[in-house]
Design a protein around this ligand. Structure first.
Ligand code: TPP
Length: 309
C-alpha cells in the first residue's frame, strides 16, 4: 500500500510538471482494495480494472518503472507508450487491462472467467470497477451471464462515493451496490475498503467460491477518493473539510496502527520501509524520464491484430 501511495504522489508531481501525457486518475484512498484482493488471488488469476487503475497494476505485480514510463508515453512503458495511464495491460502478470471505457473492465473479466471455465483451468477472473461503472449495462449483463453460466468471477466495486462530480446517493437506486447481487443469485458482500484485512477476507472467500463452486461473487468495497477525480479537478462538489475528515480513515495508517498494536512493526522498520519505497519510486521516475519516446515509424503498429504496415 505504501508503494502505491508513493507511486501516486510522484505520478501527480510528474503530471503537474508536464511530463505525463493524457489524463491521470489517482487511486489515493483505494490502496487497501487492490492489495486486499490481490493478496487473496493467485498469480495465475486474471484481473481487469477501470480508468483509475495504477493501484491495480502495481498490486498485480507489474514493474513500476514500466508503469511510470507508460504514463509518460515512453517506448519502455507497459503498453509501449501507446496506452497511457488508462490503458495498461501486462500479460505476464495476468492483467488483462485497465480501461478508459467505464464498465468495460467488467465484461472483459467475465469473458476471462468464461475462458478459464471452458478450458478447465484452475483460475479465476476479478474485475475492478467504480460505483459509476455499477450503473452501466455491462455490469448487469455480466452478473447475469456469470450467474447463469456459473462463472468463476469476482466483481469488485470500488465505491468511492463519486462518479466524477456525481454522488453515488444521487445516481444509484439502491442503498448498497452489493444488494444488486441478489438480482442474479450472486452473494453481495460489503467490506470496509479502507481496511485491507476486511477486503482480504472477503476476497479469499470469493476466490474459494469461484474455484470450488464455480460461482461468482460481488464485493462492494466502501472507500473514499482522497484526491480529485483527475488531476486538475476543482472539487466543487464536496468541501475541503469533508475530505480532511475522511482522510482520518487512511487505510495505510489503519494497518500501521494494527501492526504496531500487535508488536509487529516499530518506528525504525516503518522508516526503513518508507525509504525503500521512496527509492524504488524515484528510480522508476528516473527510468521513465530517461526512456525514449516510441519510434514514429512504429506509430501504426498494434492497430490491427495482423501486422499490415
Ligand atoms: C463509457 C464511458 N462513459 C463516460 C466516461 C467518462 N468518465 C470517465 S470516468 C467517469 C466516472 C466513473 O466513475 P466511477 O465508475 O465511480 O469510478 P471513479 O472515477 O469514481 O473511480 C466517467 C463518467 C467514460 N470514460 N466512459
Amino acid at each position: 500500500m505504501l508503494r502505491i501511495r508513493e507511486f501516486e504522489l510522484r505520478a501527480e508531481e510528474q503530471t503537474l510538471a508536464g511530463n505525463v501525457v493524457g489524463g491521470v486518475h489517482l487511486a489515493i484512498g483505494h490502496e487497501a482494495v487492490a492489495v486486499g484482493v490481490m493478496k487473496a488471488l493467485k498469480s495465475e488469476d486474471y484481473v481487469t480494472g477501470p480508468h483509475r487503475g495504477h493501484h491495480i497494476v502495481i498490486a498485480k505485480g507489474s514493474d513500476m518503472k514500466n508503469i511510470m514510463a507508460e504514463l509518460m508515453g515512453k517506448a519502455t512503458g507497459l503498453s509501449g507508450g501507446r496506452g497511457g495511464s488508462m490503458h495498461m495491460a501486462d500479460v505476464e502478470t495476468g492483467l488483462l487491462g485497465v480501461n478508459g471505457i467505464v464498465g468495460a473492465s467488467i465484461v472483459v473479466a467475465t469473458g476471462a472467467a468464461f475462458s478459464a471455465k471452458y478450458l478447465g483451468q484452475d483460475r479465476v477472473a476479478a474485475a475492478f470497477f467504480g460505483d459509476g461503472g455499477a450503473n452501466k449495462g455491462q455490469f448487469h449483463e455480466s452478473l447475469n451471464m456469470a450467474s447463469i453460466l456459473d462463472l468463476p468471477a469476482i466483481y469488485v466495486c470500488e465505491n468511492n462515493e463519486f462518479a466524477v462530480e456525481t454522488a453515488v446517493s444521487y445516481s444509484t437506486g439502491v442503498d448498497h451496490i452489493a444488494e444488486r447481487g441478489s438480482s442474479y443469485r450472486i452473494p453481495g458482500i460489503i467490506v470496509d475498503g479502507l481496511d485491507v484485512l476486511d477486503v482480504y477476507l472477503a476476497a479469499k472467500e470469493a476466490r474459494l467460491r469461484a474455484v470450488q463452486e464455480s460461482r461468482p461473487t460481488l464485493i462492494e468495497a466502501k472507500t473514499y477518493r482522497f484526491k480529485g477525480h483527475s488531476i486538475g479537478d476543482k472539487e466543487n462538489y464536496r468541501t475541503k473539510e469533508e475530505v480532511q475528515e475522511r482522510m482520518k480513515s487512511d487505510p495505510i495508517f489503519k494497518l500501521k496502527h494494527q501492526l504496531e498494536d500487535a508488536g509487529w512493526l516499530n518506528e525504525e522498520q516503518w522508516n526503513e520501509m518508507k525509504l525503500d519505497v521512496e527509492n524504488e519510486v524515484a528510480a522508476a521516475v528516473d527510468f521513465a524520464l530517461r526512456s525514449p519516446l516510441p519510434d514514429a515509424a512504429t506509430a501504426l503498429r498494434h492497430v490491427y491484430s495482423k501486422e499490415v504496415f
